[in-house]
Write a protein that binds this ligand. Structure first.
Ligand code: 5GP
Length: 127
């Protein structure tokens, strides 16, 4: 069920629980700013999620409210994970869903990294 990206941050969302170690995840990378783990329901050969450690509902919340240092740290972490997985040469795709039309289901910002295969059309075709 897609979320409303304008809602306040909910501490009980599933990725907040992963960050607190309350539920397990297959961790790929962690630093001061970000945690990366494998998506539980992969949509490509490689499907990894990167989340900021700070509490941000969506890309909108993050880009409007996070300090520059946190934004920089998070973006570098996304790039690091993609490089570490060998995705630069074959190519890969980043995706961040925001709110209802974006199909966002978890109300903690996450960037999807897809790769390991040709990824096809960018979005659902019209008509
Ligand atoms: P969204 O639609 O919000 O952009 O994507 C949410 C993603 O989180 C989905 O791809 C879904 O498979 C993944 N996901 C949902 N719950 C869990 C979980 O408990 N663990 C992991 N690793 N991924 C999850």
């Amino acid at each position: 069920m897609p979320i409303d990206a304008t809602q306040p941050y909910d501490d009980e969302n599933i990725f907040a629980k992963i960050l607190r170690g309350e539920i397990p995840s297959t961790k790929v990378y962690e630093d001061e700013w970000a945690l990366a783990f494998e998506d539980i329901n992969p949509q490509a050969e490689i499907h990894t999620l990167v989340i900021p450690k700070g509490c941000y509902v969506s890309w909108d919340d993050f880009s409007a409210n996070a300090p520059d240092e946190e934004i920089g740290g998070f973006i570098r972490a996304v790039g690091h994970v993609a490089r570490a997985k060998g995705l630069v040469e074959p190519g890969y795709r980043l995706m961040a869903n925001i709110g209802a039309h974006g199909g966002q289901e978890v109300p903690h910002l996450h960037v999807h990294i897809f790769g390991g295969q040709p990824l096809g059309p960018m979005i659902m075709r019209r008509g």
